[in-house]
Each structure stands twice: as C-alpha cells, then as structure tokens.
Design a protein around this ligand. Structure first.
Ligand SMILES: CC(C)(COP(=O)(O)OP(=O)(O)OC[C@H]1O[C@@H](n2cnc3c(N)ncnc32)[C@H](O)[C@@H]1OP(=O)(O)O)[C@@H](O)C(=O)NCCC(=O)NCCS
Length: 167
C-alpha cells in the first residue's frame, strides 16, 4: 500500500537518509597513468547523493545542481573509495545533500579525505511533477551546522542564478 501524502510529509531525522557507497577503482575508471578520472568520481558522487535524497524523500528525484568540487588527493587503481551522503536541509520540493568522499588504502591502512560536494535534488512524482519533501530534523551539532550552512548556500545559489539571468 502506498503512503498517503500526510505520511510522506512527516519530518524525518537526518540519520534516515545517511547512505554509504563503496567502489574499488578499476583500470576502466582511470587515466593511462592509473589515476581515477574526475568524471567517474563525479558520477559516483551523484549516485551517492541520490541515495540519500531517495531515502529521505521516498520519491523519485532529479539532480538540479552540483556546487563546485575540489579534488584534494589523487586516487589510484586498486584503491577503495568510500562515499558518505546525507540530507543537509529540505526547502520545499528541493533538498541539499552533502557527499563526503574518502580513499582507503587497505595495504597501507590509511584513509584520506578526497572531496566534498553539495548537490541539490528535486523530488518528482511518476509523472515528472515536482512534489513537496518532508522536513529533515538535524539531531547532532554537526547536522545542525550543516543545516544552517545549507541555508546560506541556497542564498548564494539563488544570487548567482539571478546574476547569470541578467547577463
Ligand atoms: C531541476 C528542475 C526540476 C527545476 O525546475 P524549475 O521549473 O526550474 O523549478 P522551480 O524554479 O520552480 O524550482 C523548483 C525547486 O528546484 C530548486 N531549483 C531549481 N533550480 C535549481 C538549481 N539550479 N540549483 C538548486 N536548486 C534549484 C528551486 O529552488 C525550487 O526549490 P524549492 O521547491 O525547494 O523552493 C528542472 O530544471 C529540471 O528538471 N532540470 C533537469 C534535471 C535533470 O534532468 N537532471 C539530471 C542531469 S541532466
């Protein structure tokens, strides 16, 4: 039985959306020197972000935007890439998801931060119409900080979008 609209909009904690994805870097993911392609990592970031967005909104979603991504350390063939995602904040039909990427070298037993990204997903129904998303409840200090920061980032995105329209 499908959830009613009221049930769909019951606020949910950030922890309900927390997701983790892991990939071993294979030669097909890398350039001729054996370093992971940035585009492949962006694809994984999109997927990891979508997992959190789906889990929170319990609906289909589309990626509306991705904020800039810095690649902090190189990742090599054979490395284990871990992507952690969760919903930072819900607006109305859109939600900001944060994705943090780590590389684990299981031979050297090291873990390094590779990249972080903020993506906005919009919830849609089966007909492609935008749908409202349940509020998210930040429960820890870090989640509350991310919630606040997501509000500021939305303002920056909107200002940037207005600026581009005027060009
Ligand atoms: C994203 C999309 C649904 C927005 O549609 P739209 O008609 O511009 O909708 P609106 O301007 O009414 O905005 C709807 C919501 O999306 C948000 N939004 C729209 N464009 C955005 C952007 N570039 N970045 C972040 N949020 C955005 C709005 O803030 C609004 O959020 P809210 O309801 O929480 O306040 C539409 O542009 C789309 O379908 N794009 C293609 C998405 C896609 O195919 N992605 C896969 C990659 S190709």
């Amino acid at each position: 039985m499908n959830a009613t609209n009221e049930e769909m909009l019951v606020p949910r904690p950030v922890s309900d959306s927390q997701s983790e994805m892991a990939e071993i870097v294979l030669p097909n993911d890398a350039n001729p020197l054996g370093a992971l392609l940035g585009g492949r990592l962006m694809h994984w970031i999109d997927l990891a972000g979508a997992m959190a967005a789906h889990r929170h909104s319990r609906s289909y979603t589309v990626t509306a935007s991705v904020d800039h991504i810095d690649f902090l350390v190189p990742v090599r063939v054979g490395d284990l890439v871990i992507l952690k995602s969760s919903v930072n904040r819900v607006f109305r039909t859109s939600m900001e998801v944060g994705v943090k990427v780590f590389v684990e070298n299981y031979i050297a037993d090291t873990v390094q931060h590779v990249a972080s990204a903020h993506l906005t997903f919009v919830a849609i129904d089966a007909k492609g119409n935008r749908t409202e998303v349940a509020p998210v409840i930040p429960e820890t200090e870090e989640q509350r900080r991310r919630y606040e920061d997501a509000g500021h980032r939305r303002e920056i995105r909107r200002a940037e979008s207005e600026r581009r329209k005027k060009k």
